[in-house]
Structures are given as structure tokens and as C-alpha cells.
Design a protein around this ligand. Sequence first.
Ligand SMILES: [Zn+2]
Length: 325
Amino acid sequence: MHPTLRALSLATFALASLTSQRLHAADAETQILKWKDGKKAAFMLAFDDSAPSQLKNVVPELEKRKIVGNFYLVTGNKLYAALKRRWEDAAKSPYVAVSNHTFTHKGVNNAAELEPELALCNEVLNKLKPEGRQPRLFGFGRPGGVPWKVTPQEQAEALAKHHLCDRPPFFGPPIHYKSAEATVAAVDAAIAKGEMGHLDFHGVGEDWLVTPVEWFTALLDKLEAVRDQVWITDVVSWHQYVTERTSAEIKNVKAAADAISLELTCKADPLLYDLPLTLSTEVPADWKKTVVTQGSNSTTVTVSDGAVQYDALPGGGMITLKKTE
Ligand SMILES: [Zn+2]
């Protein structure tokens, strides 16, 4: 059983159980699954400071294994200028998610200084990923080891203004995890808790705060092995999913023996929050296959354990489940 949010009101459920006629669809309970595709946990990899070893040792491995990484780029220093072309090439990969680590990594002494640090870095990120529509979200990672003289509220306001979503606080090898085993165990811990886990890196194999390549390879082997249980994702998708899920509501519209209709809404801004949520709806016992339709999207889903699992966009129009077999 997935950890879930019960989206149907208790009142509706009680009413359904009172009806003498057992109309299955009246208790067509729909749950919003905690993580995308009903996975047990979510996991994110982060790589800070545009370190050259990430281009050399990280990007090719992620591409080979089809695992996404979040690259917290500093786009206004000499190091970046020297590697600009290579980052432009790397960013063409769907497994390279670019994020804002400020323009200079020099820190800020007040809110006014934070402005250009965010805006100028965003400008570069938008050019690296020109295919995204506007406005759009990017991830944000605060630079460490430098002055950061803004209040949490000033930071939150600036991030909202620049459409940036904050990542979880930095945690990773070799600072917080001292071996390959300890690094890999972070994935097991996320699965055991059913929560989002993450590992944050600087250099891999070279550069600074270096994680040995062998540790990194062991981690990727682990992620590949548990891929069916873990949603390996980018920071924006994680933030979108959680934000949408926590304010989502489901309204049952129609429930018949061969068709169920419902609506999914959430309070997040649809321009920025456009990631489908994964839902699971209980269907009558004689359903084997279901066509799920929302707007112009239609998919056939096999019923499993009396329920169908499918993706739906909050505010994306009526969702209809029809029995086909
Ligand atoms: Zn940094």
C-alpha cells in the first residue's frame, strides 16, 4: 500500500456506505499518491559550483544511465567563463537540470545585493535551456561559506519574485558521508522512510571537496537497482509535485457501473505548476481495463488490485475512467 493522501472526504465515504444499493462507484475512492508514478520515495542528486569534474565524470555517467542530476551553476565567475561552451553542450541533455547557485558565489550583505545575484544567474539558465516557457521555475541552492545577510523572509520574497524553488539544505559526501557505503545508504534511508532523499556533491574525482569516482559509481549502481521504487527527479519537479499535492482536491462528479468522472484541482499557480500528479482510483471488481481521459490525453490502464493508477493534471479538466474490459 502506498503512503497516500486520502482525498475523499470522510463524509462522502460514510454516505456511500449507507446506501443499500451497492453502487461500486459511489465509493470510488481516489488517492493522490505521495510520489510520482506511485514510487516509494523520491531522490535528487545535486552538483554545486560548476566544478569541471562534473562535466568530465558526472554528466557522461548520468547520460549513460538516464539519471537526472541538478547542477547548481555559478554563472558569473572566471571558471564558468572558461567552461561556458561545455556547459552549453551539457545543458542540451535531458539529464542535466540547471539550477541557480547565484551569479558570483560571493554572498550578499543585504537584500539589494541578492537581486542581481539571482537575476543574472537566471538569465544564463534561461539561455542554457531555451525550450522552457515563461514564466518558469528553476531550482536554487544558497552558496555556502560566504556572507548571507538576508532574513529568511527577504530570501523567500526574492526567490518567489525570480520563480526559484529552494532546495533542501546541502548534505553530501565527503563532508557528511565518509564512505561509499554510507553514501549509498542514503538511498535506502529514503526508501525506508518513504520520503525525499538527496545527495549533494562538489567535485567528483577531482577539484574540491572531492567525492571519489568509485563512491559516485556505487551510488549510481544503487539508484539503477532501485529505480522501480524511487522517483529520481530534478528539484523543480519535486517542488512542483509536493506543492500541487499538498493543496490538491478531488471532487467526484459521476459514478456509474462502467464509468467514473472526477475533477482534480490545486491552489498552485497553473502557469508554474504544470506537473501531472499520480492518482489511484478504486474501480468496481469486474473492471479489467480502463481508458483514462483528461482533455485530449487518453491512455489505457490495466486494473491492479481493484484500482487504476494514472497521471492527471490539476485544473486540466474532467478526468473520465471508462471500463473497456
Ligand atoms: Zn557553492
